[in-house]
Design a protein. Structure first.
Length: 627
């Protein structure tokens, strides 16, 4: 289980002295004419510090705002540390023990860090990390994070016992991740929006707007809890005079800021080694090598292309940015891959019991010492992700995997045998004349899937063809040096393929060879049935075309000469004029095949429906399970 890190206290207030908070430690947002930070929601914040009594800071909000305050606002309060902290010297933890006293909705009690700004500065674009009690949902705590944003990424989480009783809330901020804990239990982590600016600690209580005002209103459900109640509560009435005032309190038992006890690298390549104890190591910048050694370690890659090894123990690993290799080693490890392009590399035995979070299409699990086909992978969907079972081992994947499926690429033999496991999105829904969204035009995904090892064969099935053109579809192989050879026509006329002839054998590419495809626009009308003597050649030289040359290849027949009467589109966009993407792709349901859709008009001027020819490519190793 991921636990909070230990640290050295930099700042702490236990609020043991009755009276106003110490101005040597605390301040508040002062009213200014421009960019007035002292007004939140429909609340004017007091221009004085809150009070402490009986060992609690009592952060107060009144429904009556006395003159010179406006009659249409609540009267809140806040405390902000004079000091700000950053993570240049290592990670930080902000911790507090607090509760909201009562059950009245419509208020927000905040415990959060916020980027330090000069008085009167604009603050819309900012860094921030939050815990918030939204008093209309007293069973859930709201979390939020901003990285130079106007609006953050809120999520709410249920808390045992609710928010009217004391709990210890803590968020840890490192160069790679922000983690939120309640009573020592991890409830959230975020590697995508990690702040970088110096932060002050804020505690405050204020009312959501009922209507109008600079922030609008009423406010609906918290975006992090869309099924929950509205934030604004119409029963929280603004009092017209002091006699009708109601007071509410956010009670804070203590707060503290800690420098996490972490071995931190610099911005050069570092080789960092932990001990047999539970270590915390942060590579920071540079291309680092991090080895946790023994113990239950917490390892952060930071920036750069890192190699991170957990070693023995139940480790927690964050890849950070960059292209990283993560080896969890023995034990039940938790690995977060979401920020960079990460490869988790280990044996099936060591992967058994591991949890991987943030696993995306740019990440992979490289299973060492085994070749396993997709038929040997069981995917069991659960409330918080999926459980993957292969060869007697189980890997937990946290997250939403409903929009795609897992693929297996089994390659190599002997000591080099391994299986690459990835998650890929489904092919978009395609229809004649309906343009595909630009972000879905992805070329050919999962490059290793169509790369041979000298032992793996492939087959192709023509799934559909809907076009005004009688297109010709072909294939070729790209050698490890980029040259194109073995050019074959698969279907002379994709609109006229017999039912029993829609599946063809693509052969067995050599080690490092890639399988690629081409489409001749209206090729059957232009050429009829083409001979089996085709090649793609480099313009001006006649030599074999090269994927890396940047030149559009010419189709040549030994018996018919140059074939340039029809446009040709390639699955590798670099071979198309202007590097245009003429295909998109996605995994087939079940994960056994890669689906590829061709557009038979130039991308720049066509309808971009990508359903003119749709194929499915499948390896002949689906049932394989071998060491």
């Amino acid at each position: 289980m991921t636990s909070p890190l230990s640290g050295t206290v930099l700042f702490q207030d236990d609020f043991n002295t009755n009276g106003q908070l110490n101005s040597a430690n605390w301040d508040y947002n002062h009213w200014t004419k421009d960019n007035n930070a002292s007004y939140l929601g429909q609340t004017q914040m007091r221009q004085s510090l809150p009070f402490a009594e009986n060992g609690m800071a009592r952060i107060k909000m009144d429904t009556f705002n006395p003159p010179p305050g406006g009659p249409d606002s609540y009267y809140g309060s806040e405390a902000i540390t004079n000091q700000a902290w950053d993570i240049s010297a290592g990670g930080l933890a902000f911790e507090g023990k607090f509760r909201f006293d009562g059950n009245q909705g419509g208020m927000i009690a905040g415990f959060f860090s916020f980027e330090q700004f000069p008085t009167g500065a604009a603050r819309e674009i900012h860094d921030e990390i939050d815990f918030e009690i939204i008093t209309t949902q007293m069973q859930k705590i709201s979390t939020n994070i901003f990285q130079q944003q106007k609006s953050g990424t809120p999520h709410s989480f249920a808390v045992d016992g609710g928010l009217a009783v004391d709990h210890v809330y803590r968020f840890e901020w490192t160069s790679s991740v922000v983690r939120w804990f309640v009573d020592g239990k991890l409830i959230r982590e975020d590697t995508q929006h990690v702040p970088t600016k110096p932060q002050q600690l804020h505690i405050n209580l204020w009312g959501a707007p009922q209507a109008g005002g600079p922030n609008g209103g009423p406010w609906g459900p918290n975006p992090g809890d869309p099924g929950g109640p509205n934030i604004t509560d119409p029963s929280l009435l603004i009092a017209p005079n002091a006699s009708q005032n109601k007071s509410y309190y956010f009670d804070v038992d203590y707060v503290k800021v800690e420098r996490l006890s972490t071995q931190v690298g610099d911005h050069t390549p570092n080789a960092m080694l932990g001990s047999a104890a539970a270590d915390s190591i942060d590579g920071a910048g540079g291309d680092d090598s991090i080895d946790g050694g023994g113990g239950d370690d917490t390892l952060f890659g930071g920036d750069g292309n890192d190699t991170i090894m957990g070693g023995a123990g139940n480790d927690t690993v964050y890849g950070g940015t960059g292209v990283n290799t993560i080896i969890g080693g023995e034990g039940a490890d938790r690995i977060n891959t979401s920020a960079g392009s990460d490869t988790v590399r280990d044996t099936l035995a060591n992967l058994n019991g591991d949890t991987i979070a943030g696993f995306g299409s740019d990440d992979a699990v490289d299973i060492q010492g085994v070749r396993a086909g997709r038929s040997n992978l069981d995917v069991n969907h659960e409330a918080d992700g999926v459980s993957l079972q292969v060869g007697g081992s189980t890997i937990k994947m946290e997250g939403d995997y409903s929009n795609g499926d897992f693929m297996m690429v089994a390659r190599g033999s002997g000591a080099d045998a391994h299986t690459l496991l990835t998650f890929q999105s489904y092919l978009p829904t395609l229809a004649e004349g309906r343009s595909v969204a630009p972000e879905a035009i992805n070329g050919v995904i999962n490059d290793p899937f169509l790369t041979g090892d000298g032992a793996t064969g492939f087959s192709l099935e023509l799934k559909s063809a809907t076009s005004e053109y009688r297109n010709t579809l072909g294939t070729y192989k790209v050698a490890a040096d980029g040259t194109i050879h073995d050019v074959q026509v698969l279907f002379d006329n994709t609109l006229n393929v017999a039912a029993g002839a829609r599946t063809v054998n693509l052969g067995t590419p050599a080690d490092g060879e890639k399988v690629a495809f081409f489409l001749i626009q209206n090729g059957f009308k232009a050429y009829g049935a083409l001979p089996h003597d085709l090649s793609f050649v480099t313009p001006g030289t006649g030599g074999p075309a090269d994927l890396d040359s940047g030149l559009t290849p010419i189709l040549y027949s030994a018996t018919r000469g140059v074939l340039d009467d029809a446009a040709i589109f390639h699955s590798f966009s670099t071979l198309n004029p202007n590097d245009a993407a003429q295909v998109l792709s996605g995994v087939a349901p079940g994960g056994h095949a890669l689906m590829i859709g061709f557009e038979d008009l130039p991308n720049a001027t066509g309808d971009k429906d990508f359903q003119d020819v749709v194929i499915a490519v499948r390896p002949q190793t689906d049932d394989l399970l071998a060491a």
